[in-house]
Design a protein around this ligand. Structure first.
Ligand code: SAM
Length: 295
């Protein structure tokens, strides 16, 4: 029995450059399903031709997805299996697909992933920035003020940030990132992944902004921007300098400690202050010693 006969929705990842990345399983599903819902039928038509796949195509893009989804769900309910593809990479990741997946799942249709290329994951895998936790932000707003407002919201985010960006805006975006996150934040730009001119640029945000402004190649082709997360707050001991508010917690720890130290033994004051200011016990203890000495 063919794998695409049970009225399922297959969400099929396609290459982001190198056609060799279409998996054998993706090819089989595309060949055997009843219909392929594609973001751009001409674009996907070229891919299918390269693999000798003759399955009928139907367009499903951002502007018709919500209307088309019920009709496609009906076809799957009547037994037809449908493959969903976008122009490149994984559908529904900054691409159409979400409405159809949601409608299919709500109708009890089995939704099956045929995983493969995704520019965000590929960039993370080669970026050299922490990948244990990351935050996918997709495309930033195109308008400068909206973009800067979004970046401002993200400045304290400790996870590695992942952005898709148009090559025309990459210089401005790097400059805005440097202004919002600090010029010294580490970042990576992964350009043209899997393609002929694949290049990975690593450096601080200000270095990458300068490089992008000076090097014409930098701003050609498709780009993923990774930005290292906000560094952890310095601990009270590390913050060290004696000015008020130098506790690494906006002064909150010092204020609590001063009140408690006036009433309680140092160890007890530090323990309670740690609970109230939500810091580690030893941080509060070191800060309490510092404040006591200063007294
Ligand atoms: N769904 C796709 C995926 O799984 O990666 C992403 C689609 S989104 C509309 C297109 C964006 O992905 C591009 O503007 C670029 O930021 C990024 N991208 C796609 N292909 C890329 C490549 N080969 N190299 C670098 N970035 C790429």
């Amino acid at each position: 029995m063919s794998i695409a006969t049970a009225g399922r929705l297959y969400v099929v990842a396609t290459p982001i450059g190198n056609l060799g990345d279409l998996s054998p399983r993706a090819r089989e599903v595309l060949s055997t399903c009843a219909l392929i819902a594609a973001e751009d039928t001409r674009h996907t038509g070229t891919l299918l031709k390269a693999f000798g796949v003759a399955t009928p195509l139907l367009s499903l893009h951002d502007h018709n997805e919500a209307q088309r989804a019920p009709e496609l769900v009906q076809r799957m309910q009547s037994g037809a299996s449908i493959a969903l593809v976008s122009d490149a990479g994984t559908p529904a990741i900054s691409d159409p697909g979400f409405d159809l997946v949601r409608a299919a799942a709500a109708a009890g249709i089995e939704v099956v992933a045929i995983p493969g290329p995704c520019a965000a994951v590929a960039a993370l895998s080669i970026g050299g920035l922490p990948t244990d936790r990351f935050c996918f932000e997709g495309f930033l707003p195109a308008r400068g003020s909206a973009r800067r407002a979004r970046l401002d919201e993200l400045k304290g985010e400790p996870r590695t940030l992942v952005f898709y960006e148009s090559p025309h805006r990459v210089i401005e975006t790097l400059e805005d990132c440097a202004a919002a996150f600090g010029a010294a934040r580490p970042a990576t730009v992964a350009r043209e992944i899997t393609k002929l001119y694949e290049t990975t640029y690593r450096g601080t945000l200000s270095e990458l902004a300068a490089r992008a402004a000076a090097d014409g190649d930098f701003i050609r082709g498709e780009i993923v921007l990774l930005v290292g997360g906000a560094p952890a707050q310095p601990s009270a001991g590390e913050a060290g300098a004696g000015e008020s508010g130098a506790d690494g917690h906006g002064g909150a720890l010092d204020r609590v400690l001063k009140i408690l130290l006036a009433e309680l033994p140092l160890k007890q004051a530090a323990h309670l202050a740690a609970k109230i200011a939500q810091v580690r016990d030893n941080e509060a203890y070191k800060r309490a010693l510092y404040l006591k000495r200063e007294d």
